[in-house]
Design a protein around this ligand. Structure first.
Ligand SMILES: [Zn+2]
Ligand SMILES: [Zn+2]
Length: 154
């Protein structure tokens, strides 16, 4: 309905120099295990929400970009290094890395790509011994740490 207020999803890099807003539902949310996404994210796999360019805006700062292939760019914060997005050059959408959203719990992937490079242990992580950050550091040590991470809101 045209009168309905569009929900806005926001996010940004770790330092807060780059922020973005999304005004439409992602067309697709997926994980990519491909070797290029492993390198670009510095992680075992990457996860992306595909957003139409018309529904997306950088609202603070401008990311730097690396042309990772002849067809694609990957945007990142030049100040803190956070990987932010993947986009086909002149494509209709931008794919935002889901960990960069302020509420990543709302961005749930529904399919996987690049599985030729999927690391064998990934499917078993739910069975690894687990601790919260508080359990890992303890309250005394955790209380002395000053975060320089931008908060999960504008
Ligand atoms: Zn940053
Ligand atoms: Zn990939």
């Amino acid at each position: 309905m045209a009168s309905e207020t569009k929900s806005v999803l926001t996010g940004g890099c770790q330092c807060g120099a780059v922020r973005f807003a999304v005004s439409g539902a992602p067309a697709k949310i997926s994980i990519c295990h491909c070797r290029m996404c492993q390198k670009a994210s510095g992680a075992p796999f990457a996860s992306f929400a595909d957003i139409e360019h018309a529904d997306f805006a950088w609202t603070r700062g401008t990311p730097a970009a690396f042309k990772s292939s002849s067809i694609a760019m990957r945007d990142f914060c030049a100040a803190c290094g956070t990987p932010l997005s993947y986009r086909l050059i002149d494509g209709p959408r931008i794919e935002i890395m889901t960990g960069a959203f302020d509420r990543p719990d709302r961005i749930v992937p529904t399919r996987q790509y690049g599985t030729e490079s999927r690391l064998g242990w990934v499917v078993g992580i739910a069975n690894l011994p687990s601790q919260t950050t508080m359990q890992n550091y303890g309250p005394e040590k955790l209380g002395t740490i000053v975060s320089h991470q931008h908060p999960d809101h504008d």
